[in-house]
Write a protein that binds this ligand. Sequence first.
Ligand code: AP5
Ligand code: MG
Length: 210
Amino acid sequence: MNFIFLGPPGAGKGTLAAQVAEEYGIPHISTGDIFRAAIKNQTPLGVKVKAIIDAGGLVSDEITCELVDERLKKDDCKKGFILDGFPRTIPQAEALEKICPDVQVVNFEVNNDLIIARLSNRRVCKSCGQNYNVKFLPPKTEGICDKCGGELYTRDDDKLESITHRLEVYREQTEPLINFYRNINKLTDIDSARDSSLVLVDFKKLFPAK
Ligand code: AP5
Ligand code: MG
């Protein structure tokens, strides 16, 4: 099964994708995580995209589509995959339709107030990338990852001005994808304003593992 997780920043795409990847045995491909790893390692790609990402803008369609095209060719995608944060524009969705039209798009529904509360309290593990939330999904020990003992940090784009800009960019450039996919019968809505364990239960009912 090939999934696209579509939704505003802070909707819980990364949180659910990590759980689904583990339970379904398919890779979780987050373009945001790929860009952040490139920034951390100061690769040419990382240097190119850092300022855009920190400010909450979008990386160009050309760079992003090429990166995803390469990633989907890897062997671990043969059984299926979860694309988290891609596509984010109509040209990206059109490009993906050419590479891989067999996709189920999951649309994460959540309101703006909750998004801001979630993002401003998010912490991410520096080593393994696991997401936490000091308010909603805290780690067992403050500042330390439950899974690998790594240090938790706040993403540079989780500052209030970047969050606001990311939400504007989402409404303008990504939200039109809801109708794009609804019109071709590939979209399923999920209520992601609830506890993450309930979101996973819903997902498993909608898409039983094969
Ligand atoms: P990306 O990393 O994809 O960021 P995003 O879309 O802004 O999404 P987030 O990661 O902020 O939200 P999420 O839905 O994954 O939420 P999470 O599960 O962490 O992209 C970053 C940047 O990279 C972009 O701004 C852009 O610059 C660039 N980029 C990436 N892809 C691109 C593309 N295709 N084209 C161009 N540029 C691209 O949850 C958020 C918080 O809430 C966490 O703290 C979590 O613990 C908590 N939480 C989650 N679910 C629940 C729940 N059910 N109940 C309570 N708390 C919850
Ligand atoms: Mg994410």
